[in-house]
Design a protein around this ligand. Structure first.
Ligand code: KG4
Ligand code: ZN
Length: 334
């Protein structure tokens, strides 16, 4: 069943985003970043984020419709991120989407943000062959997920402390780089020697599929206190090497144990060049395809929400007017 163009709305963190997607064509994809607002605090301030979403949501949606060349009455549905994320930020998008779909008599569908990240990969590549193994790496999550079929999720491993993106952001802050730190570390690493600063690959000798980044972050902070201090580019490259090695080795372990037919890499940290290259190499060794979105669809956007919502609508799923923001929503809850 095809549902026509779907408007996606994403306000779970610090991007006010709206997009229109029809089948796998992205008709528009507008992302209004709040980076300028939060940069001086070195991280997202929830109250400020929610207020800025409330200011920006109407013009951002209007722009998405205009760029798509459509009016509200041309839409086949409205999809909105309903969790996980910052509750006040999520509530702005959910309230707006409910009001719009109620007034325009359009079907409404709540989308799990993490499922949205997975659908960014399907938007770019089409559906995965199943079973698939997905690594979702963002500012708030580091999850290794087993997908026996579309829409079914089993969490195999997760971070015990910081998320991967959080670790990139904290190390960048220790190096005096800008926020968000992931892209800065990615850039600076090009000029550094990844072997120059010895840093431990986390949980290297531990069984299982969990992740941990806090020990690695502490090792970076201690390395920076050495006299003379190491070159920032060498620290960035060495940290990135250890973090990526950790992510790839845990994913490979799960892949060897479970024999998936595809690997999926998604979430903001999936924009990282070294991680993309190393996981592509690993997928090649396993003889399975790697589905990874282009970098602009790795970080938060509403095209992925629209597409995930469209697939749910096509399966007959509808949210009711009681749809609410769920800050701790898990992938299997939806
Ligand atoms: O998925 P996302 O946009 O938002 C959340 O759902 O959290 O992920 C944001 C995270 C930030 O921590 C940011 O530093 C990281 O993704 N990130 C990167 C890169 N681009 C963004 N980390 C490493 N390398 C990158 N190129
Ligand atoms: Zn995200």
């Amino acid at each position: 069943m095809t549902v026509g163009p779907v408007l996606g709305i994403e306000t779970s963190c610090d991007e006010t985003a709206a997009a229109v997607v029809q089948d796998r064509a992205v008709l528009s994809n507008v992302v209004a970043s709040q980076v300028d607002l939060h940069a001086k605090y070195g991280g997202v301030v929830p109250e400020l984020a929610a207020r800025r979403h409330a200011e920006r949501i109407v013009p951002v949606v209007e722009e998405a419709l205009e760029r798509a060349g459509l009016r509200v009455c041309d839409l086949g549905g409205v999809a909105v991120t309903c969790g996980p994320g910052l509750v006040g930020a999520l509530a702005v998008g959910v309230a707006y989407a409910k009001a719009l779909s109620f007034a325009a008599r359009l079907p409404l569908v709540g989308v799990n943000h993490l499922e949205g990240h997975l659908y960014a990969a399907f938007l770019a590549h089409g559906q995965a062959p199943y079973p698939a193994l997905a690594l979702i790496v963002s500012g708030a999550h580091t999850d290794l997920v087993w997908m026996p079929e579309e829409g079914r999720y089993e969490l195999l491993g997760r971070t015990r402390d910081d998320a991967a993106g959080e670790a990139f952001d904290k190390v960048a802050r220790a190096l005096g780089l800008g926020y968000p730190g992931g892209p800065e570390i990615d850039r600076l690493s090009r000029e550094g020697n990844p072997e120059a600063v010895p840093l431990p690959v986390p949980l290297e000798t531990e069984p299982g599929y969990d992740f941990s980044f806090s020990g690695l972050k502490t090792a970076v902070v201690l390395a920076l206190r050495r006299d003379p201090p190491p070159r920032p580019a060498d620290v960035a490259a060495s940290f990135q090497r250890a973090a990526v090695e950790h992510l790839v080795s845990r994913t490979l372990r799960a892949a060897r144990d479970r024999a998936p037919r595809a690997l999926i890499l998604t979430g903001g940290v999936a924009a990282n060049r070294l991680l993309r290259a190393r996981l592509r190499q690993a997928a090649g060794e396993l003889g399975v395809p790697l589905l990874v979105p282009p970098p602009e669809l790795c970080t938060d956007n509403a095209a992925m929400i629209a597409y995930a919502g469209a697939r749910r609508l096509a399966r007959g799923f509808r949210s009711s007017w009681t749809l609410d923001a769920h800050p701790n929503l898990g992938l299997s809850d939806t």
